[in-house]
Design a protein around this ligand. Structure first.
Ligand code: ADP
Ligand code: ADP
Length: 220
């Protein structure tokens, strides 16, 4: 589903954030991406969602070379990818329902379909009864679950997460990882950048490690 073929990403200042990275993530996989701060994890995720382009090498998503996706094709590409951030970037002046609905509103879905899908997504993350709540009234774990509901409401085939448990205690972090496992179970390819080794090594998934932009021990 996600393939990197000798990808190098050099930023303008001449620093290589990724060096000759090759990897292959299958459709049914959940994979953790780990490594020290600055190792290149976010850069790798940005290349998958076309927030950035490689300097050398190829990135393929669902068999498609992203070099063939022009700027006009980017919104369509991103519709297949849900993204979860550490600080969930919720709109604090809108309630839970409206936050989750946002991607569908932007994509122009009709009212009834939005209601149906938002409630289905909130149900999946266990927050159906909080749809009218404002984000400030929710706990950190609940806020992160709203962010996850928003990322899956468009039914993406790929879910990318950048330090999704960074602000959460161990019990809540485990719950959030369980949610990602649930989505993976229903066929979503999941790639999670995390440096919480204690947590991710307990889960039975492939871990790939970046060090200074190079991949270590990746069974690609
Ligand atoms: P991680 O997510 O593992 O912390 P990043 O992918 O954010 O790592 O960063 C990898 C390296 O690339 C770091 O040295 C970082 O300073 C550098 N970097 C990241 N984004 C940019 C950018 N937009 N311009 C220049 N350098 C960047
Ligand atoms: P419905 O068909 O009524 O939307 P589903 O149970 O199929 O209900 O899905 C409920 C929600 O769970 C979806 O709106 C979506 O947010 C998420 N979801 C379910 N299946 C997938 C999937 N394969 N990929 C991504 N998200 C999914």
């Amino acid at each position: 589903m996600i393939r990197f073929d000798r990808v190098t990403k050099r930023y303008e200042e001449g620093h290589d954030a990724l060096r000759e990275v090759s990897l292959d993530i299958a459709r049914d996989e959940l994979v953790f991406l780990t490594g020290h701060s600055g190792a290149g994890k976010s850069t790798l995720l940005r290349l998958v969602m076309l927030m950035d382009r490689p300097s050398r090498g190829k990135v393929l998503v669902d068999g498609r070379d992203l070099a063939s996706v022009g700027s006009r094709g980017i919104p369509r590409h991103r519709r297949n990818i849900g993204v979860v951030f550490q600080n969930h970037q919720l709109l604090f002046d809108r309630n839970v329902f409206d936050n989750v609905a946002l991607p569908l509103v932007i994509a122009g879905y009709d009212h009834r379909e939005i209601g149906r899908r938002v409630r289905a997504a909130l149900d999946k993350v266990g927050l159906l009864q909080r749809e009218r709540a404002l984000p400030v009234t929710l706990s950190g774990g609940e806020q992160q679950r709203v962010g996850i509901a928003r990322s899956v409401v468009g039914r993406p085939r790929i879910l990318l997460a950048d330090e999704p448990t960074g602000n959460l205690d161990p019990a809540l972090s485990a719950e959030i990882m369980q949610l990602f496992e649930d989505f993976n179970q229903v066929g979503v390819t999941v790639l999670i950048a995390s440096h919480d080794l204690a947590l991710i090594s307990r889960l039975q998934h492939r871990i790939i490690t970046l060090r200074d932009g190079r991949l270590l021990g990746a069974a690609a």
